[in-house]
Design a protein around this ligand. Structure first.
Ligand code: NCD
Length: 311
């Protein structure tokens, strides 16, 4: 794999390979005995994605090159391409990029000769978040095929919704959307159900924040929680083993009742922990594929085998 931009580039087998590798990393590993510089180019705010990349890099023994777009030459008009090219020139071995453009990678991926990982592209894709969500679901149910998964919230403006819906469908899950009319995206072929239906029939209820930063004006949504969110009453109707997920940041009391954020069904903090292992797996895969590190530069348990979809 050249760059990790979209899950569409990955076969189902590749996806399972990354999940197995992430699970191996969870069980322990040795760091890379080689100097590797990783540049984290975040042009949009980030807490979890950026920090879990940093933790993943440090666990692997890498040097992290921090970058703050608001104190960089971007303020002098430098483009994403020239910023990435600069990192490559000064010795970065790998880049993680998050940018508000849906297609930023088209500007840079052909001409940058180090691996690039998509840490979030506008409202289009968030493939590393998707991989950590898949790992969390697999850990819970021991499979993905046949599960009912509802993705609820601002589907139209969410990159997480798109990456997850497509990947879950490819892995055999039944994916449903729940959204207020203004937040529905009818270019995507997934059925819409109500949040009441979702909580009654789904194994996974994945909530999303309203993506105000991608709206034209601020939408004031009165009674959003009661109409579209996960209330305690709805949680009480969930199936016995059903789980609650959310990529975070969470707007407590808007898309989810604050008491549910850390309730027994919630896997929200588990998702964050899994983000570290998945990102270790993706970075080592790319470094191997490019020949930057040797096949056995990282020792991990390498014993985990996940059940594939049938058929
Ligand atoms: C998400 C994102 O940035 O798309 N957050 C994340 O990476 N964990 C979701 C969001 O911002 O609502």
């Amino acid at each position: 794999m050249r760059h990790f931009i979209s899950l569409d580039q990955l076969t189902v087998e590749d996806m399972y390979g990354i999940l197995e590798s992430a699970e191996d990393f969870r069980l322990g590993h040795t760091p890379i005995q080689q100097q590797i510089f990783a540049g984290n180019l975040f042009f949009e705010p980030s807490t979890r994605t950026k920090m879990s990349f940093v933790v993943a890099q440090k666990k692997l023994g890498m040097e992290t090159l921090d970058f703050h777009s608001n104190s960089s030459s971007v303020l002098k008009g430098e483009s994403l391409y020239d910023t990435a090219r600069t990192f490559e020139a000064i010795g970065a071995n790998l880049l993680v990029v998050r940018h508000e453009s849906d297609t930023w990678y088209e500007e840079i991926n052909a001409n940058i000769n180090i691996p690039i990982i998509n840490g979030g592209a506008g409202k289009a894709e968030h493939p590393t978040q998707c991989m950590l969500d898949l790992l969390t679901i697999y850990q819970e149910f021991g499979k993905i095929e046949g599960l009912n998964v509802a993705i609820a919230g601002d589907i139209l403006h969410s990159r997480v919704a798109k990456s997850n819906a497509h990947a879950l469908k490819r892995l055999g899950a039944n994916v449903f959307f729940c959204a207020a009319p203004d937040f529905q995206d009818h270019t995507l072929e997934f059925p819409y159900i109500t949040i009441d239906e979702a909580t009654e029939m789904c194994d996974v209820v994945m909530l999303l924040r309203i993506q105000h930063e991608r709206h034209d004006g601020v939408k004031v949504m009165n009674h959003y929680l009661e109409e579209y969110g996960l209330t305690k009453e709805r949680e009480a109707n969930m199936k016995p083993n059903a789980i609650i997920m959310h990529p975070a940041p969470i707007n407590r009391g808007v898309e989810i009742d604050t008491d549910l954020v850390e309730c027994e069904r919630s896997r929200i903090f588990k998702q964050m922990e899994n983000g570290v292992y998945v990102r270790m797996a993706i970075m080592t895969k790319l470094l191997h594929d490019w020949g930057i590190i040797h096949e056995d530069a990282v020792k991990k348990r390498d014993t985990i085998s996940f059940k594939r979809i049938s058929g």
